[in-house]
Design a protein. Structure first.
Length: 307
């Protein structure tokens, strides 16, 4: 089954906490067993790759219930059900969610404060309605949406440019990724070969101990690249006695092309338009930072009792 949202996890979290002091990883293991989650679901990470989704949702379920006085943290990293939480479980609720927590004045005070607009504005209803995803998931979903739009814009702009400009972009990207030594040296090698099937050669390291052969094709998004083009590229690699190559395009590769590249002896990396845009964003080529959002967490070490 799918991992429940954080509101659906409130009842299971409180049930575990009612049995005694526990930690999020311990509670997650118990809940995962009860829900028969698969190993993949237990280990599934947020898009950032920094936290398990299940742990993140349990954390927020615990956090919201703490604001309603249902759980408390007697010491760092531990949480347990309060007397109020125990009483709530005695009513045998079918579920616990934000609407349930709104029946507690302490939670309403927290909720209204969290959803209030900037000072001086008028508000008749809460600004943010309960969601099935945690705040981190909302942030990462928004970030993914912005990046998807940026990728589309990057590819559109690359297609509007000249082949020479596109070659310069590839130089910028490879240098940003640590290849080619200096930008000047990389530019001298890339795009100067003139051999059929090879657009350029770039040093793999600063000392030039090994070289990578590059093919760059600025094709329309609907003009996929098939196996024959990759075979031609590999043939050129063989002619140079080379074992490594990178084929970059703004379009895509057919399944036959991908399977062929994976099966041959030479190491050939295929970078399609989507991956190219991702790399440009990751290494800051053709993009700039528009806004930075700093998300802070409580520093538990700061409040640790030295005694």
């Amino acid at each position: 089954m799918a991992i429940p949202d954080y509101q659906a996890l409130m009842l299971p979290v409180l049930t575990v906490a009612a049995k005694g002091e526990t930690r999020v990883p311990v509670a997650a293991a118990v809940i995962a067993d009860d829900l028969c989650l698969s190993e993949d679901e237990r280990e599934e990470l947020l898009p950032s790759g920094k936290q398990r989704i299940l742990h993140n949702r349990i954390h927020w379920a615990k956090f919201y219930m703490s604001k309603a006085g249902q759980v408390e943290s007697p010491k760092r990293g531990l949480f347990v059900a309060t007397e109020a939480g125990q009483k709530l479980l005695l009513t045998k609720p079918a579920q616990i969610d934000v609407e349930t927590l709104k029946t507690y004045p302490a939670f309403n005070e927290f909720y209204d404060t969290s959803n209030s607009q900037t000072e001086g504005s008028v508000q008749s209803e809460p600004k943010i309605e309960p969601s099935k995803v945690t705040p981190e998931e909302q942030i990462e979903a928004a970030h993914s949406t912005i990046n998807a739009a940026l990728k589309s814009e990057l590819l559109a702009r690359l297609l509007d440019q000249t082949p020479t400009f596109f070659e310069a972009v590839i130089v910028d990207l490879l240098v940003a990724m640590g290849y080619g030594g200096t930008h000047e040296n990389a530019a001298l090698r890339l795009g100067k070969s003139g051999d059929g099937g090879i657009d350029g050669i770039i040093d793999e390291d600063r000392l030039g101990l090994d070289r990578i052969y590059v093919q760059a094709k600025r094709y329309a998004l609907d003009s996929g690249i098939g196996r024959p083009a990759i075979q031609g590229f590999v043939g050129s690699l063989v002619g140079f006695g080379a074992s490594k190559g990178v084929f970059v395009t703004t379009s895509s590769f057919s399944q036959h092309a991908v399977e062929y590249a994976n099966a041959i002896q030479q190491r050939v990396i295929l970078i399609d338009g989507s991956r190219l845009a991702e790399l440009m964003i990751e290494f800051g080529v053709g993009v700039r930072v528009s806004r930075m959002v700093e998300v802070k967490r409580l520093d538990e070490d700061f409040f640790e009792d030295e005694a």
